[in-house]
Ligand binder design. Structure first.
Ligand SMILES: Cc1ncc(COP(=O)(O)O)c(C=O)c1O
Length: 280
C-alpha cells in the first residue's frame, strides 16, 4: 500500500483523510499539481511546485510552506515508497478551514500522494488518438485549482464519442488547451501552440525547449478554423507525454496516422526523459 504525506505525517494511503470542514470539500477551493518520475527521479519537481505556488497565488490561497520545503516533502514521500519502480505524484494544497466558510484563513493542508505510474494504451502513441472540442472557458486558467468540474464533464462526453480528450475552445473561437493537456498544431513544418489563457504545461515548456533549434515555433492564438488545415496535431501532458491526434470531432487530421514531425518530437522527448532519469 502506498504511503502518502498528509499535513506533517506519512501514513497509509487508505488512512489519508481531509476534514469535511475543509474548503476543498465545501467549496472546491484548493490547488494541486501532478508529475511523474523517470527512473524514480521526479521530472521537473521544482517547476511543478513553483506552478503550485503560482496556482495558489492566482486564487488568493496562501501556501504555508516554501517551494523548497514542499520539494523536500515530495522527495521524502517518494523515498517512503521504494517498491514503486515508477511513480505518479499528486500534490494537493487544500483551502483549509474557514471561520465563515468563504474566507481562507491560512490553515490549508498539504497532501502528497505517490502511486504506481499509470500506463496509457500503447495504441494512442502508435496509431494516434481522437479528441473532441468543447466550448468551455476555464475560470482563472493559469491556476491548477482543484475545481475540475468542466474537465470531468467534458471527459465523459469525449469518452462517449471514442475520444481520449476534449479541447477547450473559447467564445472568440480560440483553441486553448485540453482538459488536462496542452494543444499543438503543425502547419507547413511550423509548430504552433497557444501562449495565453491556459495552464502553462511543464511538458509543453520542455517540448518547446527541445525543439527550438530544430523547428520554427509560433506561440500565438490558434483559431478553431485552423484545425482542419493542420498537417499534424498533438497534445502533451505529464501523465501522457506526447500523443499524436489523428481525428478532431469527425475531422480526419493529416494522413490519419502520427505525422513525421510529431514522431520526431516524441523521439526527442523520449531521449530527453531517459537521460533525465539516468542523471540522478
Ligand atoms: C488544464 C491543463 N492544461 C494543461 C495540462 C498539461 O500540463 P503538464 O504538462 O504540466 O502536465 C494540464 C495537466 O494536468 C492541465 O490540467
Amino acid at each position: 500500500m502506498p504511503i502518502y504525506y498528509v499535513d506533517g505525517e506519512f501514513i497509509d494511503s487508505d488512512k489519508a483523510v481531509v476534514s469535511v470542514k475543509d474548503m476543498i470539500v465545501l467549496r472546491g477551493f484548493g490547488v494541486f499539481d501532478f508529475l511523474r518520475t523517470y527512473n524514480r527521479r521526479p521530472f521537473y519537481l521544482k517547476e511543478h511546485i513553483e506552478r503550485l505556488k503560482n496556482s495558489a497565488e492566482y486564487i488568493g490561497l496562501e501556501l504555508n510552506k516554501s517551494v523548497d520545503e514542499i520539494c523536500k516533502i515530495t522527495q521524502e514521500t517518494i523515498d517512503k515508497n521504494p517498491e514503486l519502480s515508477e511513480c505518479n505524484i499528486r500534490i494537493v494544497f487544500s483551502g483549509g478551514i474557514s471561520p465563515d466558510g468563504v474566507t481562507p484563513a491560512g490553515n490549508g493542508k498539504l497532501m502528497v500522494m505517490v502511486t504506481p505510474k499509470h500506463e496509457n494504451p500503447e495504441s494512442w502513441y502508435v496509431n494516434g488518438a481522437k479528441v473532441i472540442t468543447t466550448d468551455v472557458e476555464r475560470y482563472i486558467p493559469e491556476s491548477k485549482s482543484t475545481n475540475y468540474l468542466n474537465a470531468v464533464v467534458a471527459q465523459q462526453t469525449a469518452k462517449k464519442q471514442g475520444a481520449i480528450e476534449a479541447i477547450y475552445i473559447d467564445r472568440d473561437n480560440r483553441v486553448l488547451e485540453g482538459t488536462t493537456t496542452n494543444f499543438f498544431g503543425i502547419k507547413d513544418g511550423k509548430v504552433i501552440t497557444s501562449n495565453k489563457d491556459m495552464l502553462p504545461g511543464i511538458t509543453r515548456s520542455v517540448i518547446l525547449k527541445l525543439i527550438k533549434e530544430k523547428y520554427t515555433v509560433e506561440l500565438r492564438d490558434i483559431k478553431r478554423s485552423e484545425i482542419k488545415d493542420f498537417d499534424e496535431i498533438f497534445i502533451s501532458a505529464s501523465n501522457k507525454e506526447i500523443i499524436p491526434v489523428i481525428e478532431v470531432n469527425d475531422l480526419k487530421i493529416g494522413k490519419e496516422k502520427p505525422g513525421v514531425i510529431t514522431l520526431d518530437i516524441m523521439q526527442d522527448f523520449a531521449d530527453y526523459t531517459k537521460r533525465y532519469g539516468e542523471n540522478k
